[in-house]
Every structure is written in C-alpha cells, then in structure tokens.
Design a protein around this ligand. Structure first.
Ligand code: BDP
Length: 696
C-alpha cells in the first residue's frame, strides 16, 4: 500500500456489495477496435474484475441479463436503436442509463465519441467504488470547460520547480525508446477525472524542448497519452528563434521570426497531429517576451496563435506578469497591462490568469482580471503543488480554496457573474474555455509526495470538468475511492480535509496577510524578509507592519487596487467594516488595537488565529490516531508522521510570526496564549539552503 494506485485502487468490495452489483454487471459489450475503445474496455475489465472479484464475460452483443454496453452509436450498433438522447453531450460527454434490452435489464454507457465512452467507463467504476446503487441509472455528464490542463513545471534535467514529490516523471533521457509504464498510469488517472491536456515542461522554459531531438520524445509521450484523450502542449520560450534558430531577434512583427515559428509549428504537427499548442510565460520574472522588442503581449500571443491556427492549436498566454521596474502595487500590474488589450487577441488565444493577483498565496481574493476582459477567454490557473501551503507534508485539501474562488462573484455583468462563469465562457459566450493546474506529480511512488496531496490532483480535475461541484462531495468521493467507504472513516476524514485549508491559512497568514514565507525556497515563515533585488519579493512590502498597525492599504486612499474590481465588489473590499475578515489585511492597514468582529483587538485576533491553526492540526492528529485500523498500517503510518511534521511546522509558523509581529505591536499576548518557544533571533537565523522545489 504505497499509494501508487491513487484513487483507482479497485480492491475487492465487501461481499454484500459484490452480490448487489454482480447481476448488473454480468456481461461486457464494449467494442475494442480503436486505441481509445481498447483502453476503456481494459479499464472496465480491470476495475470490475478487481472490485467484483471476477471480470464480466466479454461479448460482441448483449445476450444475457445484466449486460453493460459501452460505446457510441457508430461503434456499437445495439446502442443506435435505443433512442438515446446524445445531443448536447458534445465531443466528450456521456450518459449512463439503465435500460431494457429484449426484456432484459442492461446498463448503457453511451457517448458521441470514444473518449466520451472512456470517461463514462470511469464514472461507472466510480459508482461502484463509492457504493452507489446501479438500478435506475440516468446520468448525463458533459464537461463545462473545454481545456482541462495540467501544467508541469518540469525541467529537461528532471528537476521540478516547486515540486515536492521527487523528480519529473518524464524521463527525457530514455525517451523516445523507453516508454515507462508510469506514463500510462498517469494517463489513466487523468482520464478518470477528465483532464484532457498536459503541458509537459516548465513555464520557465528551455528552448531545447523545441529541437528535433526533443520533439521526437514529446511525440512518443503524445502517443501514450492520445488514447486517453490527453493532448500534449509545450511551454514555448519566446526567444527560441534566437536560442535554437540562430536568429538575432525574436521580434514578433519580424517576418523572418514569424516564418521560423510557422515552420516550427509545421514540424511539430507533422510529428504530433493533435498537438494542443503553446503555453507562454513572457516578460515575467526575467523571461523573454514581446516587450523586449517594443511589442505588446497581444503582438506576441497573436504571432504564435497565427501559426498554430491552421493546425487547430491554441496559445495559453499567461497574465502572471510584472515588470522589472520598481513596482507600483504588484497586485495591480497584470490588470494594468492586460485590460487595455481586451479585444485584440486572436480567437485561439486564451489568457491564463492565476486565481489571485499576487501569486498562489495561501488565500487570495479572486484576481481582478476575472470579469474585466469580457472579449477574451480567460483560463484559470490554480496551483496544485503546495508551494505556499506546506509543500507535500502538510495536509491541506485545496478543494475549498478552489471552490471559494470559482464561486466568487465578480459582478462584472451584474450579480451572479461568478468567476466560474467567466472561466467556463458562459458569461461572455466564448467558444473556448480552460482551467490549468500546476501539477504536483513526480516520481515518488505515491505520485504527489503524500497520500493526501493526491486529493488535490483529484479535486482539480473534478472541478475543471465541472466548476460548480462542491468540494465536500468531491472529498467524500475521493476518500471512498482511496481509503475506505466506511462512514465511520469517511466522515471524520472529510472533516479533516474540509477544515485543513483554513487551518493552514490561520497558522501561516491569517486575516489576509500574505507573502510572508522564507526567501527563495518559500519554506517556513519569513515575515522579516527585506532588501534584495525587488521590494515585491520581500515580506515587509506586503505586511507593512509598524508600531501602529499592520496590513497593505489597497483602498482608494492607498494603492487603489480595489478599484480594479467591479464597483459592488470594490465598495465591499474598500470598507474595513464590510470586507470579509479573511481579507482584512489584504486590503487595509489597520491599527493593532482596532476591533474585529469577534470583539477582540486586531492583535489579539491575530494571535488567536495563529493558535487556532495549530490547534486544528492537533485535532487532525488526534482524529487520525483514532482511525488506526480503518486503513492499512503503511499509509496510516506515513500520514501520522506527516501530520507530526505539520504540527511542528504550524507551531514554527505561529511562534516565529508572533515573535516578529510583537516587536511592532509591543502588546502582551492574550491571556492563556503560550509565548513563542524561542526568541525571534532563533527563527531568523534558521537557514535551508537545500529546501526542495526552489528555482534552480
Ligand atoms: C511563482 C513560483 C515560481 C514560478 C512563478 C510562475 O515561485 O517558481 O516560476 O510562480 O508562476 O509562484 O511563473
């Protein structure tokens, strides 16, 4: 039990459940004449065989009660006569329905495409894994978002930027000749949650990936992923024409540069006919971009979009940009640069926007670009790897955070203009839409560095498919599939997961504080970080603590970042009495002695929240200890040890932060609060030159 099987464990169900399900699953009628049909059939045989203790009999046509028919009207003529309403399911949707065939009960998994049928097959397996009834099924599913993509921040030397789960799973050295079976399991896991794209390399891109030698490797991977409905994409380095093309410019308006990219696109598509397109980080954190040549982001994006369009590819152009000149308020920069470009992007460009305006902080208000560029499809970029949320050891389930952002109301086109509606394209009627997640996958046996971090991969995929799902339901699903369906286990574990994000925010950056982590590696607290190349790479820039108070004034009388939100949102954020308290110090600089809603002073509340976060981790430890016996000893033990690490580090965050902020507030700790274990100097002196995942 090393976690390798993820949520696709297919261990035998309880005997009673097997008896209940078997009559519904006696025979499998699933054509296998295409690669995708074959993998669907294999998965069903493997899954049903495992769960039921014996695989159903395979037949070419239904001939017994309890047949399961999987396919499309074209691949399986028996489906064509059933009058199924497949319209509206699109290219990737499916339905699962209980029907009668010649007077015998049967189940159909039907779609318009092979990949739809594959998704439906995984859903059918999920019904068993989560112990749902199989009678009277009538399910229809179609993804609400078109591009559901993982972004791997993987370098060609297999180092993973901000990765905490080993090396890159892409073994570039042995590709294209050795196709590690892990690639297939990766594809299965992604297809099971509907992920249909993978950007293979880091956004801080190396142009080498576009050379023939590497394109052959990329093509080999594309071949493994294709049957599972997953397209490959590459991060393109904007200056590639100079680095690998021998040119002296990468100016997007230069015809020779355009020609170079056109030829490069043709070369890629000759090898990978369904290549997805390019992801680009340009003019951000030192990466090259069109501004180096006096051009705009739109000029750069459109030049690449132009060469991909004839092949059906897209450009995902990141809005995570900030100039290298001394910043105004970094919060404002993406909006300032991108809003004027709305309407000037080609229609195969998506602008990929991080969930918040700073940088994947433990909690951020939604990015003001959502709703502010109605003429441009905006992709969501979530981080699945927990760069700012305790790396792989802390149990932090990201579902509630994703959900909070997706449900936030931008008010861009009146009330109800949620971020989810911006992202799925429904608010502004876009033909393309996308959600990207920065992957947490590596060579660790358990893929994600910890068992619970698998849930973040899972919930990302499920919400990318349907951004209106609630994260608790998804957590329940995952726990049942991954560990146990016993309610005595599911309920407390889901409670642990659901409270875990708030806990981490509490012990790291309560009340809207942000960007207080250690410099460079981002491991542990560093609220004292100051100096260095850029003010906005320090902590003091963000917390602005003084003798009088703390917080970043982004109100109309401060940096005025609030005005980038639609007026009804801006009004609330601008008002210290109305702003959600979780974002109080994000938008306001407040006196230490001001009151918050609990009736405590700000200082007391801050300390209270730090301690509350630690206490929540202690509660998770106790809860988990009580669940021994519900789960195999191997996974139980690792989780128990990781919770101990989390407890230790939560205390470290609390103590270091309190010790530091107390030098400003100069107020005593509230009654009953333990003083920090060590003096401030101790925490400041800690050094971690080899913390994982840092930029190299
Ligand atoms: C930051 C990471 C950095 C990434 C950057 C990005 O610290 O490693 O390169 O985001 O998204 O959060 O480009």
């Amino acid at each position: 039990e090393d976690g390798y099987e993820l949520w696709l464990r297919y261990r035998p169900l309880e005997a009673g459940q097997q008896l209940r399900y078997r009559p519904h699953l006696a025979q499998l009628v699933a054509p296998a004449s295409t690669p995708t049909q074959r993998v669907a059939r294999e998965e069903l045989l493997r899954g049903l065989g495992g769960l039921l203790g014996q695989a159903p009999a395979v037949a070419d046509a239904p001939s017994a009660a309890g047949a399961v028919l999987v396919g499309t009207p074209a691949s399986l003529p028996a489906l064509a006569g059933l009058g199924l309403d497949l319209e509206g399911l699109g290219d990737e949707g499916y339905l699962i329905r209980s029907v009668e065939l010649d007077g015998r009960p049967a189940t159909v998994v039907a779609a318009n495409s092979d990949v739809g049928a594959l998704y439906g097959s995984f859903h059918l397996l999920r019904l068993l894994q989560t112990r749902q009834p199989l009678d009277a099924l009538d399910l229809r599913q179609a993804p609400k978002v078109k591009l559901r993509v993982l972004n791997h921040w993987d370098d060609l030397d297999r180092y993973v930027e901000r990765g905490y789960s080993g090396q890159s799973i892409w073994n570039w050295h042995l590709l294209p000749d050795w196709l590690d079976p892990r690639y297939t399991d990766y594809a299965r896991a992604n297809a099971s949650i509907g992920i249909n794209g993978a950007v293979l390399n880091n956004v801080n891109a190396n142009a080498q990936i576009l050379t023939p030698m590497y394109l052959a490797k990329v093509a080999a991977l594309a071949g493994v992923l294709r049957p599972y409905g997953i397209r490959v994409y590459l991060s393109a380095r904007f200056s590639a024409p100079m680095e690998i093309g021998g040119m002296d410019t990468a100016d997007p308006l230069d015809p020779a540069v355009q020609r170079w990219w056109k030829d490069k696109a043709a070369e890629i598509y000759a090898r990978i006919p369904d290549f997805g397109g390019f992801l680009v980080k340009a003019n951000s954190e030192g990466q090259p971009g069109p501004q180096d040549f006096g051009r705009t982001h739109a000029d750069g994006a459109n030049m690449l979009a132009e060469v991909l369009a004839p092949h059906g590819g897209v450009v995902m152009w990141r809005a995570f940009v900030y100039s290298h000149e001394e910043p105004d308020d970094r919060h404002k920069q993406a909006y300032t640069e991108f809003v004027p470009l709305d309407g000037s992007f080609r229609d195969n460009v998506l602008v990929q926007v991080k969930n918040g305006a700073i940088d994947f902080q433990p909690r951020e208000p939604f990015h003001p670009l959502f709703g502010a560029m109605p003429k441009t499809p905006l992709m969501m970029e979530f981080q699945i790897t927990k760069e700012y949320l305790g790396f792989a050891t802390h149990l932090v389930y990201l579902g509630p955070m994703y959900e909070e952002v997706l449900r936030a109301d931008t008010h861009a086109a009146g009330p109800g203009s949620t971020v989810a509606k911006v992202v799925d394209g429904s608010l502004d009627g876009h033909a393309i839409s996308g959600i990207a997640g920065v992957a947490n996958i590596g060579t660790d046996r358990n893929w994600s560095g910890s068992h619970f971090d698998q849930a973040n991969w899972y919930v990302f995929g499920r919400l990318a498919w349907d951004p209106y799902l609630d994260s608790r339901t998804v957590a329940e699903e995952w726990v049942r599939m991954t560990f146990s369906a016993d309610p005595a286990f599911v309920e407390p574990v889901v409670a642990m997961m659901m409270g875990s994000h708030q806990a981490a925010v509490d012990y790291m950056t309560p009340l809207g504080l942000h960007h207080l982590m250690g410099r460079g590696h981002h491991y542990g607290p560093g609220p004292w970080v100051e100096g260095g190349p850029r003010a906005d790479w320090t902590s003091v820039y963000y917390h602005r603590a003084t003798r009088e108070g703390i917080g970043f004034d982004r109100t109309t009388s401060g940096s005025d970042a609030v005005s980038q939100y639609a007026p009804p949102v801006a009004e609330v954020f601008n008002d210290p009495e109305r702003v959600p308290e979780d974002f109080l110090l994000w938008f306001h600089h407040r006196p230490w002695t001001s009151r918050v809603s609990s009736g405590r002073s700000l200082w007391d509340e801050l300390v209270h929240r730090y301690s509350r976060g630690v206490a929540q981790v202690e509660w998770m430890q106790r809860t988990w200890d009580g669940l021994r016996g519900h789960v195999d000893a191997e996974r139980h033990h690792q989780i128990e040890r990781f919770l101990a690490i989390q407890r230790k580090e939560a205390q470290w965050w609390r103590d270091a932060s309190i010790a530091y902020f107390q030098t400003f507030s100069r107020l005593p700790l509230p009654e009953g609060e333990a003083p920090p274990e060590h003096p401030l100097e101790y925490y400041k002196a800690l050094e971690f030159p080899h913390a994982p995942g840092d930029t190299q």
